[in-house]
Design a protein around this ligand. Structure first.
Ligand code: GAL
Length: 673
């Protein structure tokens, strides 16, 4: 991973948004730069969807208008996060190479006019995309405004998995590289099932429309393959940019919980983690903001990261298109900074006049600068200037939650004891951690540095390799503590069940095994009963857990397995390993379980925990502490600062004793070393 604290070449909090000057005449560009200066903008992401304008015909480039924009921005002191502009292929390319279009699983081709509806397995598409990337790199590599490269846009975001002939050919090449021989593939996929045995590579189709469930090993490989295809495309563009400007950071905008692309893999070739965030304001946004930011931070846990896109007010594709009330944009923006972002960017700078996003919010709304939104944008810009001391500091998490995309893909293939929505399960668990004021990172099971975490949680870590199980065993032996949940460690990397008592490779560590997994009809179908009489409703899946060396902490309330173990704990080496055989019905239930399994004394922010009040501390390299207090509640909150005292970076006021926060208020307590 290219992890460094120094990707931020601006040395201050980054502020700005996507800029689409190709939608406007030059006089508006001039006004734009003036308004950007007024708002405190210091960076714009330029030209993300400008392929057709920059490259109007094969081999023809039109950069003069773009030169002028770059010059105006530079004169105004605005830096540029320059896009490779390859996210939306132009009509001429579709006409010349109709085969670049993605094909649905039922054979329906996607048409030109949306965006990203290409397949990355088209060599023609890649050739033209790289030609454009090269032309942009050649033209602007020495431009003084250039401080960051933005590859494509939300790779595999709107881009579907494609099932055409080009995809089939590329899939077979990918399979040959992975398995080496057709025999090894047959073995890995268990193709004796339903007579699926392959004799030649060209017999293997992509998992197109079928009458029944597809081979889950094949489906898992197709997801890996498609994620790899996009990552490979990213790498090819990044390589051109790095060659041209080795000192300029390269990134792309990732999508937090988005299921299609393996973000732990793509981050290896990114100089920073950057992401886009669009919570729905009417659903508990604080929870969504928290998990999204934490997941992004976890990609480069020792470095700041960047909020690349959010919206000032309305999101057109989220009906109803709800307005953010005054103060909400500021709260949400600063919540990202509290969790480690070194800036705030928006989609987009100026509201569009046409196209399907014309009702999407922007920093400058259609009403112009004399508007509530623009005034709030300017105020936020001023706030960010005051947060300069926080640049480069990081938030360190003490609890690791296992999460990886391969496990998600494997778990969500069909035909299990339940239909899993793994993201939703993770959200409930993360909400419980947030309620307890804990700091969490998401951790890939291959992470070589598990010991940095005081506790590890493995929620439904269905796919766990033998090597990963061994690493966990070492972690616990050395004093680590883990909580493993239902449906964990059941299959290997090929999605084949381990033969024997589950979870086979964790059995000794957990001191228990699981006999049966009951998919039950509701989330509170049963309950965990503790010896002190406490009951925690549970359901979804109820496993019959058989303790061996482990002690039983809770047993089932009802059903024919009433009284059987559901939560166990095993002391192993210097640590301990707990197993939870069912899913707590609510976030409160998760919190109860965490508190019983782990000793949480001294974990988290250390202030009194209150609902809808986030308290997060970033640490500077010299020992400085920047504690963000963010009030999501609709009433006032007051915090006893105890021994902490310092200055609020936003107001300059001295803080000690009791801190009062009104709804939407944010305070940043700076304590110098
Ligand atoms: C993002 C995308 C932007 C814009 C935005 C609208 O997913 O990267 O280009 O479409 O959504 O919310």
């Amino acid at each position: 991973m290219k992890e460094s604290r120094s990707w931020n070449l601006l040395g201050e909090m980054i502020y700005g948004g996507d800029y689409n000057p190709d939608h406007w005449p030059e006089e508006i560009w001039i006004e734009d730069v003036q308004l950007m200066k007024e708002a405190g903008v210091n960076l714009v992401s330029l030209g993300i969807f400008s392929w057709a304008k920059l490259n109007p015909a094969p081999g023809v480039f039109s950069f003069e208008w773009f030169d002028r924009v770059m010059e105006l921005l530079h004169e105004g002191g605005i830096k540029v996060n320059l896009a490779t502009a390859t996210a939306s292929p132009p009509a001429w390319l579709w006409k010349l190479h109709p085969e670049i279009g993605a094909i649905d699983a039922d054979g329906t081709p996607f048409s030109h006019g949306g965006r990203q509806c290409y397949t990355p397995n088209s060599k023609a598409f890649i050739r033209y995309a790289l030609e454009l990337t090269q032309a942009i790199a050649d033209r602007y590599q020495d431009h003084p405004a250039l401080v960051m490269w933005h590859v494509n846009n939300e790779l595999h975001g709107n881009g579907p998995e494609s099932y055409g002939e080009l995809d089939a050919i590329a899939f077979r090449e990918w399979l040959q590289a992975r398995y080496g021989s057709i025999e090894a593939l047959n073995e890995a996929w268990g193709t004796t099932f339903w007579s699926q045995i392959y004799s030649e590579w060209d017999e293997i189709p992509p998992p197109r429309k079928l009458t029944t469930g597809a081979n889950p090993s094949m489906v898992l490989d197709y997801k890996r393959f498609f994620s790899d295809a996009y990552i490979d495309f990213y790498r090819k563009e990044a390589e051109i940019l790095r060659k041209a400007t080795p000192e300029i950071p390269v990134c792309t905008n990732l999508m937090q919980l988005y299921p299609k692309i393996d973000q732990f893999k793509i981050i290896e070739d990114c100089d920073l983690a950057a992401y886009d965030c669009y919570p729905n304001p009417i659903e508990a946004p604080g929870d969504f903001l928290a998990i999204s930011a934490d997941l992004t931070r976890s990609l480069t846990p020792d470095a700041p990261w960047l909020l690349m896109e959010q919206v000032t007010s309305q999101v057109n594709w989220q009906p109803p298109n709800t307005i953010k009330a005054p103060g909400v944009m500021r709260l949400w923006s600063l919540s990202h900074m509290a969790r480690g972002s070194d800036g705030v960017m928006f989609f987009q700078w100026r509201q569009g006049r046409f196209g399907s996003e014309k009702f999407h919010g922007a920093m400058v709304p259609n009403a112009g600068p004399d508007s509530r939104v623009f005034r709030e944008v300017c105020e936020l810009g001023a706030d960010l200037k005051k947060l300069k001391p926080v640049v480069g500091s990081t938030l360190q998490a003490e609890i690791g939650i296992f999460w990886n995309w391969e496990n998600l893909w494997a778990l969500e293939t069909s035909d299990k004891a339940q239909v899993f929505n793994h993201t939703e399960q993770i959200q409930r668990l993360h909400e419980a951690c947030r309620d307890l004021g804990l700091y969490t990172n998401f951790v890939h099971p291959d992470n070589p540095d598990l010991s940095r975490y005081r506790y590890l949680i493995l929620p439904c870590t269905y796919l766990l390799t033998e090597a990963q199980s061994k690493a966990l065993r070492d972690y616990v032996e050395q004093g680590g503590e883990i909580l493993v949940t239902y449906y964990s460690a059941l299959v290997d990397e090929n999605e084949q069940l381990y033969y024997g008592k589950a979870p086979l490779h964790l059995r000794e560590l957990l001191g228990c095994w699981v006999e049966e997994s009951d998919g039950v009809e509701s989330n509170d179908h049963n309950a965990l009963c503790f010896e002190d009489g406490t009951e925690v409703p549970c359901g979804f899946i109820c496993e019959t857990v058989k303790p061996e060396a482990a002690e039983t902490l809770a047993s089932y309330r009802s059903n024919w397995y009433q009284g059987e173990a559901v939560l166990t704990r095993n002391r192993f080496g210097k640590g301990q390993a707990s197993y939870l055989g069912s899913r707590p019905a609510e976030r409160k239930g998760w919190a109860d379980v965490l508190q019983r399994v782990f000793d949480l004394e001294g974990c988290g922010h250390g202030f009194a925990v209150q609902p809808d009040l986030d308290i997060l501390t970033r640490h500077g390299a010299g020992g400085e502490r920047y504690t963000f207090f963010l009030n999501y509640a609709s009433e006032n909150r007051s915090v006893d600062l105890g021994a902490h005292e310092g200055q609020d970076l936003l107001t300059g006021k001295a803080l000690r004793g009791e801190l009062l926060l009104e709804p939407n208020d944010v305070v940043v307590l700076a304590e110098l070393a």
